[in-house]
Design a protein around this ligand. Structure first.
Ligand code: IMP
Length: 194
């Protein structure tokens, strides 16, 4: 079965393919020739994932998948959340985002946080399905590690309390990450459907 991924990221497409049942082929927007802008202006991960999946489904009427992820910090009332990629504003980079986060959590007693991913899948009949993955952890005030991306150097998952995500190998991170867990949930559901 072919699923259109609402993303241009070929690397993400291959990763997703590996975590879904055999025979599922993930194709990117570039591969299907979709190049219209998609405005992700919802205030939840669910909302943004659905915006992306619905936009692509409306064009092709074929199975579509979209994901949306981010970091939620409890002492910041869930920020940066859906604004994770652009937390530090126009031209944000991982470094400026991490610096802003460090500034905002300085002196806070509760450094608990989680990464969340929501996958929105629209099947061939247009039926919508949501899958979620979450990993809990704590932020550290001393960024460490060189693997990964985004907020990885600041986040210690509960499964490895003394290591940041950026100190884990990709294989270790992929066993517990929010994205992998959301895909495992979708994988389990697809197996029951087939
Ligand atoms: P996306 O929805 O997967 O593009 O994620 C949005 C933003 O959330 C990214 O640009 C990162 O800032 C942050 N983020 C999502 N997943 C991760 C992760 O696994 N590690 C670190 N940061 C992440």
């Amino acid at each position: 079965m072919k699923i259109i991924l609402a993303s241009n990221n070929a690397h993400k497409a291959r990763e997703i393919e590996q975590l879904l049942p055999q025979g599922v082929q993930i194709v990117t927007l570039r591969e299907v020739g979709f190049n219209k802008p998609i405005i992700e202006d919802a205030t939840t991960f669910e909302g943004n994932a659905l915006i992306k999946a619905r936009t692509v489904f409306a064009e092709y009427h074929q199975p579509c998948l979209a994901d949306d992820s981010g970091l939620e910090v409890n002492c910041l009332n869930g920020a940066p959340g859906v604004y994770s990629a652009r937390y530090s504003g126009e031209g944000a980079t991982d470094e400026t985002n991490n610096n802003k986060l460090l500034e905002n959590i300085k002196g806070k007693a509760d450094l608990s946080a989680c990464f969340r991913t929501v996958l929105a899948y629209i099947d061939a009949d247009g039926k919508e399905h949501l899958f979620e993955g979450k990993v809990n952890g704590n932020l550290t005030l001393s960024p460490r590690g060189s693997e990964g991306f985004g907020y990885d150097p600041l986040f210690c998952p509960v499964e490895f309390p003394n290591k940041t995500f950026a100190e884990l190998s990709l294989a270790e991170k992929n066993k517990i990450s929010h994205r992998a867990r959301a895909l495992m949930a979708m994988n389990a559901w697809m197996k029951t459907e087939s």
